[in-house]
Ligand binder design. Structure first.
Ligand SMILES: [Zn+2]
Ligand SMILES: [Zn+2]
Length: 265
């Protein structure tokens, strides 16, 4: 069994064939998918998809690139949405200095509201960080000192420095199809020593399709390729890697009921 810990099933790319996308994922062994919220206005749609399908869960949050286009969502608003059994994470939030479509100061305020919500609810914080390693580490470290919370760095593309700091803080690291790109040796190097019991896999679909689908629309079934790549990096079997990343998902996102039959390798 595999888990796609981060995808965007409500995006227009999937409007025509969502049922097909989900059944292909199941056929590929992807038992759980988390569809991620990027704007408060999107929440009902994202949550609606999670409500419709068994094994699909969702998050609540505002992407850093969208945080400047609307009023900043307060922790209380985020927390209120978590009363649903299908809402299992807070995010995606964080800092994106690559596109900088939102002012850095606004991104930080939004990030802090999400951290507050993660602390209060006990749900994992789903962190997106791009070209912002120093500030991300600084905020997570400072905030952890004020009261513990848990979380992950999603679609990891950062330095070994960020990986080590995140792991020190008890965070998990989620890897996307990017680890299969030829150009991504630095990312493979950054995570090769990361403990296997702290790694997850994701697609971030519809973006970032792994090799051999690179350049096409991504979908949750393709997480198989990312898992295989991670297995190669760690020098273990695909089955062992699937079992580990799936167990890690259930440990971190512990609002999701652990399957009665366990997690088969
Ligand atoms: Zn992201
Ligand atoms: Zn995303």
């Amino acid at each position: 069994m595999l888990v796609d810990s981060h995808c965007h099933l409500n995006f227009p790319d999937f409007k025509e064939d969502l049922d097909g996308v989900i059944s292909r994922a199941r056929q590929a062994g992807v038992g759980i998918m988390q569809t991620i919220c990027t704007e408060m206005s999107e929440f009902d749609e994202v949550h609606g998809i999670a409500q419709c399908y068994e094994g699909i869960y969702c998050s609540v949050g505002v992407h850093p690139n969208d945080s400047g286009t609307q009023e900043i969502a307060k922790a209380e608003e985020l927390i209120a949405k978590t009363s649903s059994a299908k809402v299992i994470g807070i995010g995606e939030t964080g800092l994106d200095y690559h596109y900088e479509t939102s002012d850095r100061a606004i991104q930080k305020v939004s990030f802090l509201e999400h951290i507050k919500a993660a602390r209060v609810t006990g749900l994992p914080l789903i962190v997106h960080t791009r070209d912002a390693d120093e500030d991300t580490v600084q905020i997570l470290t400072e905030e952890m000192g004020k009261g513990a919370f848990k979380g992950l760095i999603h679609c990891f593309t950062s330095s070994k420095y960020l990986a080590e700091k995140a792991l020190e803080l008890g965070f998990y690291i989620s890897l996307s199809g990017i680890i299969s790109f030829k150009s991504a040796q630095a990312i493979r190097d950054a995570i090769v020593d990361a403990p296997l019991d702290r790694l997850l896999v994701e697609t971030d679909a519809p973006y970032l399709a792994p090799v051999p689908h690179r350049g096409k629309r991504n979908e949750p079934s393709f997480v198989v390729h990312t898992n295989k790549m991670l297995a190669d990096i760690k020098g273990i079997s695909e089955e062992a890697c699937a079992k580990a990343t799936t167990e890690n998902f259930f440990r971190l996102f512990d609002k999701v009921p652990y399957p009665a039959e366990g997690v088969a390798a």
